[in-house]
Design a protein around this ligand. Structure first.
Ligand SMILES: [Ca+2]
Ligand SMILES: [Ca+2]
Length: 181
């Protein structure tokens, strides 16, 4: 009999607790501005976090592996806003060279996708006449080679084996929090 009341009392306490507090888990994109978290070596540009290698040149495959080693991928430009913001950042900081992106047509010749996301490269960010697969050996897409003042940089398919700098992009951080109400 005692055990029965103990069980009932325990259930009541648990129900009271559940009734008194609403526990609301939430997951949001990004990091709240009031949290002082160091995201280095990644720099925040717009909503994205990027690592720009400005010293060590590598072939495209090696560059991709280097990004993976720091929990990132070669950059993919999903929107023209991202393209503009990153290029403005490079321009403002006088980071002026040629950088591997994740763009490539290694899977299907002539069809350039962002290798890091699998999505097709649909933005009009190519230099006129590119991608041209020059000499039949250009399958990896590099950003750079500023050729006009209005367009900071351009995209060009190049030989994947050539040594270039590169830009990695970290998948958006998420903030998990629990609200107890
Ligand atoms: Ca991106
Ligand atoms: Ca080319």
């Amino acid at each position: 009999m005692f055990n029965k009341y103990t069980v009932l009392w325990t259930v009541w306490v648990l129900l009271s607790l559940v009734g008194a507090y609403q526990v609301i888990p939430t997951i949001e994109d990004g990091i709240p501005d009031n949290l002082n978290i160091t995201t280095g070596p990644f720099v925040k540009i717009g909503h994205g976090y990027y690592y720009i290698e400005i010293k060590s040149t590598k072939n495209w495959f090696d560059a991709a592996e280097s990004c993976h080693r720091i929990g990132a991928h070669l950059i993919a430009f999903e929107t023209i806003e991202e393209w503009d913001l990153v290029n403005q950042y490079l321009f403002n900081n006088v980071i002026d060279n040629v950088y591997w992106t994740s763009g490539a047509d290694l899977a299907n010749q002539g069809k350039h996708n962002w290798f890091s996301t699998g999505e097709p490269l649909t933005l009009n960010i190519w230099y006129p006449g590119e991608p041209n697969n020059l000499n039949g050996i250009e399958h990896c897409d590099a950003l750079g080679d500023r050729r006009s003042v209005t367009n900071y940089n351009v995209l060009n398919d190049m030989n994947c084996e050539s040594q270039k700098l590169y830009i990695c992009e970290r998948l958006y951080p998420k903030t998990a929090s629990i609200v107890i109400w």
